[in-house]
Design a protein around this ligand. Sequence first.
Ligand code: AMP
Ligand code: ZN
Length: 478
Amino acid sequence: MVQIRLTNTRTRRKEDFQPIDPTNLRLYLCGPTVYDRAHLGNARPVLVFDVLVRLLHHVYGREAVTYVRNFTDVDDKINAEAQRRKAAGSPLSLEALVAERSEETIAWYHADMDALGAMRPHIRGKVTPLAEPRATAYIAQMIQMNLDLIARGHAYEAEGHVLFDVRSFPDYGKLSGRSVDDMMAGARVEVAPFKRDPMDFVLWKPSDDELPGWDSPWGRGRPGWHIECSAMSAALLGPSFDIHGGGIDLQFPHHENEIAQSCCAHPTEDFARYWLHNEMLQVEGKKMSKSLGNFFTVRDLLDRGVPGEVIRFVMLSTHYRKPMDWTEAKAAEAEAVLRRWRGLVAGIEPATSPAPALVEALADDLNTAGAFAVLHELAARGDAARLLVSARMLGLLLPEMGRWAEADNAVAARIEALLEARAAARKARDFARADAIRDGIAAAGVEVKDTATGSEWALAAGFDAKALDALARELGLT
Ligand code: AMP
Ligand code: ZN
């Protein structure tokens, strides 16, 4: 069996991955807060995990893998959007507007991640909505966890809040390698008079009457963000599981706090054995984020005609533990490579197994850059059957991801047919027909340059595929 090695943030070392139970692997990835479209940076952890999960399927079998990713649907930013809609005159209640915003954002998220070829979360290989828990469906479990933490002396109630007592957990700071005092110096901690220690963080807080809230032993309120992931992962994966992932920006405080909560609520368990963190997608050397305003969404790119498969290729070509930049040049290069590969594998049956060197590269801490080198080599050797099955381990060259290339091919075939018809008309000295074809092609937004060896063409900005189809029909070419 292939030995997978992963860099475990918890130990800061590359370690052999030893599953708790090789017939039942369990993974948790922190999912999005559903208040707006996913930006391109948000897609990075999803794509990294997608490759990891494909590798685990390959090594242990799909039915052995449970992959859970949550939706955070309790949040101030969702509430703010609901309040904006209310102020704009919506007749719905604030609660209904919050639900409406979450619902539409989840639908966008699915559409966008599907377009990138990211597998949906699944339980023992089966895609089910259960594998995508929403925080609002697990409030009872969060309340119970808070009660357990209070009972064990790790949390306390103060003015309708429940707070985690950071000094009660000596390992606090271990994941990010900082002491509580270091963290205090560096972090923006909310100082509140009811906190015993400024580092103590919120497990539960009061909610005002209009906004979503739930009855609890501490009054009407709502959970803090961190307890959501602790409660949902325990409910679906158990108190100990294999791999927990997310962007490096979540290491502190979010993951540090998850560990504190989960380990204190289940003191005999490990919580997550391996912690995987991806580095940030950057723009001009700065983290892409909504708060910095330097972001663009996955949908922006798709709408501009960048195929999901091209986005995926670019995002995976940099190792997940390195910062990366999105550039137009990388996208153009990826598109050209994918077009070439798709041409190579057209009509070819995939080989039975991927190239061993590719699996080795991925097993070595998801060395996707190394995996791409193997794919390039297979393409150069013309080993199309092996290229096809190997690329699919990276979620590339999948049939459902190739519509962009097919659509392009269909357009190219149409233009070629029209140019041939024009050449035939010229040869037959039917200049009226030849000119009509030339004008029709130009009107559809295709630029044609006649050269000594034939005609070259390019699509202009206003290219109109429908006009091209109509022209072909008119000429009896379809
Ligand atoms: P959020 O909705 O901000 O909690 O983020 C959802 C996921 O996207 C988390 O795993 C974050 O770590 C990740 N993330 C956010 N910004 C970036 C970025 N610029 N590059 C890579 N991952 C990011
Ligand atoms: Zn989380």
